[in-house]
Ligand binder design. Structure first.
Ligand code: EPZ
Length: 417
């Protein structure tokens, strides 16, 4: 198991190039199952979750070829409309193949994802929405088995609560359903919008993207296309926070500032100076940040995937910050690890109260989930002395070469096996 060894105290200075969005690439890869023609996806980050999804597509019978950050997928003959447990257990986003497989082949057998560190993360909303479209679904032996022998039929789907991959699953299924599908209480995340842009390029008929009501007119088949994935707003947000808390001068290139309005507003309140260009954001901070309160919300609210990283910034800010997590039931796993580094955090249910301390101190800590790991890296960048972070495979799921990107901006970080 790889570890990171980090010496704190270096401000981040210079430029970092942002990669494609993992959470856009995953549904985009699943969407390739909807056509027998070749789909070319560009700016696909080379992270573990993407490789898992590529393996899953090959398992079903699609051909996948990777050249750098370009991936060609051709799902001409799908032999197995199945997502086996040993692939799904490492990545719950595998449920994204459920809708496409049923829509394209009339059946699907996808392992139940099982929970993960941040919560139970059921897929009941995906299942009930697919049933609305006419799929017959049985839950047996830990698998979701779906059948739609005469194809899916458009329907009026209202999600009980906003679900990002639930919206994506149904959006993909609806593109090949007979008739019109109305999706209400749909997710509005940029990644959902990017998926819709891809599907429309493939011939799908979709309106209302980016709003909570999406209307889809089913078509008989979709065709191949070429599409560049949007930049990763969570990677960009992570480095923005790192630039401010290390009191550096950091410019992010190749990002989409318009996807980060909620974070940028909070960081300005905390005292960071942020200027953004069409595809770049520059953050400078001289002196300590001030504490501010955050509450995670669905997009365009403050992203839950940036909560742990922002908490790391609050640990050394001046004052007390209240962090309220409304999306997942157990997303404060980073708090006890930050406390080992001297942070003063009190967790009470969905709220964490962070009282800033003068300086964190390096320690041995363990990563628990993707964004908690990022939070520990950020804390280590400012802590006094050396921090060793174990189980960094969590971070490799969603960040490509994070230690190289940070090191070339001045951080003293290295990976040891
Ligand atoms: C997506 O997960 C992201 N993953 C997550 O990013 C992100 O944290 C999350 O959206 C929220 O923004 C991908 O896009 C691959 P949800 P998803 O369905 O779709 C509950 C990362 O760090 N729910 O929007 O799984 C669920 O338990 C990952 O990159 C149900 O109850 O999240 C949660 O409490 C972590 N039943 C809430 O809804 C369902 O059927 C929102 O979950 C589905 C969801």
């Amino acid at each position: 198991m790889d570890k990171f060894v980090i010496q704190g105290g270096q401000p981040l200075v210079g430029e970092i190039l942002i990669g494609g969005a993992k959470n856009s690439a995953l549904p985009a890869l699943a969407a390739c199952l909807l056509t027998k023609e070749q789909v070319t996806l560009q700016r696909i980050p080379r992270v573990r979750d993407i490789r898992t999804m590529e393996k899953l597509l090959m398992y079903t019978g699609a051909t996948v070829s990777v050249t750098g950050t370009q991936v060609n997928v051709r799902a001409e003959n799908l032999e197995k409309a199945e997502a086996p447990y040993d692939l799904v257990k490492t990545m719950r986003a595998s449920s994204l193949v459920l809708g496409p497989l049923v829509a394209r082949t009339g059946r699907a057998r996808v392992s139940m994802p099982g929970g993960c560190a941040i919560g139970a993360r059921p897929v009941n909303l995906h299942v009930s929405a697919l049933e609305k479209l006419g799929a017959e679904i049985r839950l047996e032996e830990g698998y979701i088995s779906a059948e739609a022998p005469s194809g899916l039929k458009g329907a009026h789907v209202v999600f009980d609560r906003i679900t990002v991959t639930g919206t994506e699953d149904i959006l993909m299924a609806a593109t090949l359903a007979q008739g019109e599908t109305l999706i209400e209480n749909a997710a509005r995340e940029p990644e959902v919008q990017d998926l819709a842009a891809l599907l429309i390029k493939m011939g799908a008929r979709i309106e209302g993207v980016g709003t909570s009501t999406i209307r889809v007119q089913g078509v008989s088949e979709l065709h191949g296309t070429r599409h560049a994935i949007i930049p990763d707003r969570i990677e960009a947000g992570t480095f923005l926070i790192a630039g401010a808390m290390t009191q550096g001068e950091l410019t992010l290139q190749g990002c989409a500032p318009e996807h980060l309005d909620a974070l940028i507003a909070k960081m300005r309140q905390a005292g960071a100076t942020i200027e953004s260009g069409p595809q770049s954001i520059r953050v400078t901070a001289s002196g300590k940040m001030r504490s501010v309160d955050i509450t995670t919300e669905e997009y365009p609210g403050f992203a839950t995937d940036l909560q742990a990283q922002f908490m790391a910034m609050l640990t050394e800010a001046a004052g007390i910050g209240f962090v309220t997590e409304t999306i997942f039931e157990n997303r404060f796993m980073h708090a006890p690890e930050l406390a080992r580094m001297g942070a003063n955090i009190r967790v009470e249910g969905r709220q964490a109260i962070v009282a800033g301390v003068p300086r964190l101190t390096g320690a041995q800590v363990i990563a628990s989930d993707l964004r908690a790991s990022a939070s520990l890296v950020l804390a280590a960048l400012v802590a006094k002395g050396e921090t060793i972070i174990d189980r960094v495979y969590h971070i490799d799921r969603g960040y490509e070469k994070i230690e190289a990107k940070l090191a070339q901006a001045g951080a003293r970080i290295r990976r040891v096996s």
